[in-house]
Ligand binder design. Structure first.
Ligand code: PRT
Ligand code: ZN
Length: 291
């Protein structure tokens, strides 16, 4: 397709409405990029950043980015694989996590991918499923459906399904159980091929902001009071990236210790710090984490 995106603004495609839209917009907002009012519009220009946004169906985004109609986009990783288009993942964004799974009716005997041999499998992800079957040297027929995949076995359309799962409740309420995970997915920022140097600069600026926001989201700033005799024990527990700040309190024999910790092991870490002698622990969110 001919490029129709030769302007100076970086063009970013995001989902118009669906599971990715709200978090995509929130991330853009946290990056300090304001779109103003854009209800029902297909395109909006940021008024404080040299970028414009296209609001599309997620299925169309890989193609738009690969063809250079958009320079970058936010989609599920599962779409990158399924579309088979040349887009490069710049960053995983931590939202819309799910997995692409094979599921069969409960009670059916399943002892590995070879159990699918000669059977039919309903899916909206034929390319990803074909890849999985090929890798496992299984010959099965793929029934492409556009939605409501989970009803296929119940109505006799297919033996198994291959669909995205997040909580698992759709499978459960349709009497299905997960047997294989084909891939794990989350939202990703993707880009296409080379673009004008000015746009490359804008994309690099955006990526820097995105990374700062993501790091801040996964971290907490903590402050605690520690008896001087326990300061070393507390420091030994803290992540080793940079040494924490230790300053004396007005009360003799006590220090204040400040550091940044990762949210993943948050409660485990707080318990260990308490046990090591920390008290008056304050936990603060971090707005941005630069550098
Ligand atoms: O209109 P448009 O084409 O833009 O949107 P869409 O309807 O095709 O996509 P949408 O908004 O449903 O999903 C967009 C992206 O969200 C997907 O490509 C995934 O990357 C991601 N995502 C995360 C999911 C799910 N979780 C998810 N659970 N996409 C779909 N589902 C569906 C799944 O297909 C199944 O029907 O939710 C059901 C299962 O959910 P649980 O929670 O019951 O397991
Ligand atoms: Zn879609």
């Amino acid at each position: 397709m001919k490029r129709t995106n030769n302007g100076n603004l970086l063009r970013i495609a995001i989902q118009k409405s669906g599971r990715l839209s709200e978090d995509s917009r929130e991330l853009i907002r946290e990056c300090g990029v304001s779109l103003g009012r854009y209800d029902n519009k297909l395109k909006a220009q940021a008024f404080n950043f040299p970028a414009e946004f296209l609001f599309l169906r997620d299925d169309d985004i890989p193609e738009y980015v690969a063809d250079g109609v958009a320079d970058a986009g936010i989609i599920g990783e599962n779409m990158v694989l399924e579309a088979g288009r040349k887009v490069r993942v710049l960053e995983k964004l931590g939202f819309s996590k799910c997995r692409l799974c094979i599921a069969v009716p409960k009670g059916v005997k399943y002892s590995g991918p070879h159990s699918l041999s000669g059977k039919s499998i309903a899916t909206s992800y034929p390319r990803s499923l074909a890849g999985f079957l090929k890798k496992n040297k299984v010959k099965a027929s793929i029934r492409e459906v556009r939605g409501s995949t989970e009803i296929a076995p119940g109505i006799g359309l297919a033996y198994a399904i291959c669909d995205l799962v997040s909580s698992g409740s759709t499978l459960m309420s349709n009497g299905l159980e997960e047997t294989e995970t084909i891939l794990r997915s989350e939202a990703v920022l993707v880009r296409g091929a080379a673009m004008a140097p000015a746009k490359e600069d804008v994309l690099a600026r955006l990526l820097f902001r995105v990374r700062s926001v993501l790091r801040a989201r996964s971290s907490k700033y903590i402050l605690m009071n520690v008896p001087d005799s326990r300061v070393q024990a507390v420091i030994n527990l803290l992540p080793g990236l940079k040494s924490p700040t230790v300053s004396p309190l007005a009360v003799k024999g006590w220090s204040s210790v400040h550091t940044v910790i990762n949210e993943d092991d948050f409660w485990g870490m707080i318990e260990k710090l308490k046990a090591a002698g920390a008290n008056g622990i304050l936990v603060c969110p971090i707005e941005k984490m630069i550098g």
